[in-house]
Every structure is written in C-alpha cells, then in structure tokens.
Design a protein around this ligand. Structure first.
Ligand SMILES: *Cc1c(COP(=O)(O)O)cnc(C)c1O
Length: 409
C-alpha cells in the first residue's frame, strides 16, 4: 500500500516488545500501561491492544471517558482512571468495571454511584508524597483512609490499591525520590492501621521502573517507555532496549536553489549565508511540529538535514546545501523508525521533551499501524551492529500489511 502524504507509522510490535522489556525489568511486579492521551498519540485502541499483546496486566487512563472508549472497543482488561472532576461519570465507570483513583472528595461521589448501582466500587486511594499535584496530602491522608475504611465496611467501595506519583524519577540522583519512597511507606502504614490493606501498591512511572527497583512495589505504571521513548536526558531508547513505536514521515514538497541572503519563513528570522537549496517539508505546527523548533533534524535519503527558520502552520523548511540530490517526492523521516532521530531530538530543538512531541502529533496526520516484527526479525535477535537494509524499501515492504486508522481525536 502507498503511504498517505503524511503519516505517523505506528509499530504495534514495538509497543509489545517494549512492554515485554519493561516487564522483564520489574518482574514479579505487575505492569500497568498508560494509554491516556490517545495512547501518547499512537492511537488509544491500537496502543491498548499492542500493550496487552506484550503482556500488560492493566491499562491506565487519566479520564473515565478514555477508559470507557477502551471498553467500547471491546477491551476487557483491568482499567484504572485517575483524574476526575465534579462532572465525571462515576456511575458509567462502575458499570463498565473501571477502577477509580481517588484523592479525597471523589470518595463520596463514587460511593453514591455504587449505592445507586448496588455494586461496590473498586478504588485506588492516591496519596501525594511530594509531587504536589493530585493525591491527598500526608496530613489529610489519615482522614481519607478513615473515610475509605468506613465506606468499605458499608460495602460501597473496595480499596484495591494505594498509589502515588513521582516527581523527579527521570533524574535518578535526586534525593526527593528517596523522600517520596519514605512518605509512601508511611502512608501505607497509616492505611494498614485503619485496616486498609490493598493488593496493589503502586508508585513507579517509566523512569522509576527502569532505575529504582525499590519503587516497583506490586505494580508499575508505565507510559513513555512503552512507546519506545527514553525518560532520561542522558540515555537513548536504544540503550534501554526500547524501540520507538512512532515514525513520522512525509515526502519533500518542494526543492529550490536560493542565493546567499535569502530569508526563510515568517519573520525572516533566518537568512542563508551562502547559496543553497531549500527543501519544503509539508508538516507544520497544526500537525504537532513545534513552531519554536530551530535546527531540528530530519532524514532524507539516509542523510540528516536541519530545519531553518520558523515552523509554519502547514510546513517547515530544511537547508539541503549548495549541492544536493534531494528531489521533490523524496521520503522524509522527521523522527523514529530507523532514522536514528528520536522524538527527544525534536524536544531538544524545541525546549521540550519527547513526551510532548509524540502526544501532540495532530489529527491531520493519519496513523498507519504496522507490525514490523512479523516482517523482520526482532532486533533482539539481530546481531549487534548488523547493517539494516535500505530503510525506505523496508518500510514499503512493512506497509504491505498496514492499516490506516481514522483519527479518533
Ligand atoms: C502518565 C502517568 C504515568 C506514566 O508516566 P510515564 O512517565 O509516561 O511512564 C504513570 N502514572 C500516572 C499517574 C500518570 O499520570
């Protein structure tokens, strides 16, 4: 099949591989895969199926609405949703057997829904051990646990989990992680004093899953690593044994020769110093390419080129040099695949992180789902340093089995 003009190629087999890799790090702890935000931009249902194929025990979403979408797609795995508002549909969540995170106020609403449905709600109590976001403060925690125990005794809720979220696990040397661990242990002890002893204590995100075995507890909640992105500034995905699951591709829309002094894009913030060729890449900030990115890499014909001038709504420009063989129609990889360019490189060029780059790829970019591993050996079985064949041809071959997803955002 032919690629759409712009495509985010989603390698479902890479997601499964990454889940297996992380599960190996954390065994015997369970693995919850975060599929919030449209599966970090990879497609909610695509990511969910791939994660389960890789052995995920649980799926996690921020919003109840995201979890309901998974149920509507026929996914019956355990689900947890943890970010609610006063208008969240707790009853729908209970009917769909979705576990709910609760930091305090939600308990009454969840209990009310459970009372109406005559079915106990499965709750994971959240404590704030330092992130300062959601979760009960340590001083409020005893009260929350006390109330949860009451509701549990009334048969309205069942406390399945106690959890917290980490603030600086991506910087493994910071002492705040130790402080969060100590606070979490204290919170678990307080819960136990109130007779609340959950099966699932969970705290670790991807960076902690990969660097802090003492934070694994009964389950880890991992997102970015599952999508083949490194959570650490100083380590690549490949060094962690993770495969990027999204490759952003298009083709060159124009090539032209320009004289020295030519300004490039809005604001003329960049002028070429010598005569050169400019290549036009038909992806812009409406597609999720950060407007602020400067000097960001792309791969064309096996060579790296760098963006010049401001990214516009629909397009950006790369400097191809005075002598170039790049032509209109040549394939471009912005990041991912075999390009050696990581979403993190775009993050660095735009003052942000890989998480933001992948989750913001827009709905105008169709997701094309492939299973590369069924077409080529798993890289774990490929000898280190093996030279891969021409990446363009390999992708076209892989695309034989691809399916194009309708954007679901
Ligand atoms: C998004 C999220 C995760 C996953 O974090 P990663 O850094 O992507 O692994 C885990 N827990 C909670 C509460 C989250 O919101």
């Amino acid at each position: 099949m032919d690629l759409p003009e712009r495509a985010a190629i989603i390698d479902a087999s890479a997601i499964a591989h990454n889940v297996r890799t992380i599960a190996n790090y954390v065994r015997p702890s369970k693995v919850l895969v975060a599929v919030k935000a449209d599966g970090y931009g990879h497609g909610l249902v695509t990511a969910a199926h791939a994660a389960l194929a890789g052995g995920a025990d649980w799926l996690g979403a921020a919003h109840i609405a995201e979890a309901l979408e998974l149920r509507a797609a026929g996914i019956d795995a355990p689900l947890l949703a943890w970010l609610h508002t006063r208008t969240s549909d707790f009853a729908a969540a209970l009917e769909a057997h979705i576990d709910l995170g609760a930091s305090g106020w939600e308990l009454e609403h969840i209990a009310e829904a459970a009372n109406t449905l005559h079915e106990p709600a499965r709750v994971h109590l959240k404590v704030d051990t330092g992130l300062g976001r959601n979760g009960a403060t340590m001083s409020h925690w005893p009260e929350v646990v006390h109330r949860a125990a009451e509701l549990q005794n009334q048969g309205l809720i069942s406390v399945e989990g106690v959890f917290t979220h980490m603030a600086v696990a991506d910087e493994p040397d910071r002492r705040e992680t130790d402080e969060q661990l100590a606070a979490f242990r204290e919170a678990l002890a307080v819960a136990e004093e109130h007779g609340v002893v959950p099966d699932l204590r969970h705290m670790a995100n991807t960076p902690a899953a990969l660097s802090r075995p003492d934070a694994h507890f009964d389950m880890v909640r991992v997102g970015v690593g599952v999508y083949g992105q490194s959570p650490f500034a100083d380590r690549t995905a490949a060094e962690l044994g993770l495969k990027p699951a999204m490759e952003l591709r298009t083709t060159v829309a124009n090539v032209k020769h320009v004289p020295a002094g030519q300004g490039v894009s809005y604001g003329l913030t960049h002028r070429v110093e010598t005569p050169t060729h400019l290549g036009l890449i038909p992806l812009g900030y409406a597609d999720g390419i950060p407007r602020i990115a400067v000097g960001a890499p792309v791969l064309i014909g096996g060579r790296r080129y760098y963006s010049a001038g401001r990214v516009a709504m629909d397009q950006f420009v790369v400097d191809l040099g005075e002598h170039t063989e790049v032509q209109v129609g040549d394939e471009v990889t912005v990041f991912g695949g075999d390009s050696g360019i990581e979403a993190a490189d775009w993050g660095a060029a735009a003052g942000t992180i890989n998480y933001e780059i992948i989750t913001r790829i827009g709905t105008r970019v169709p997701r094309v789902v492939i299973n590369a591993a069924s077409d080529r050996p798993d890289s774990a079985e490929t000898p280190a340093g093996a030279v891969t064949s021409d990446p363009m041809r390999k992708v076209s071959r892989r695309l034989a089995d691809a399916t194009v997803q309708e954007p679901n955002r």
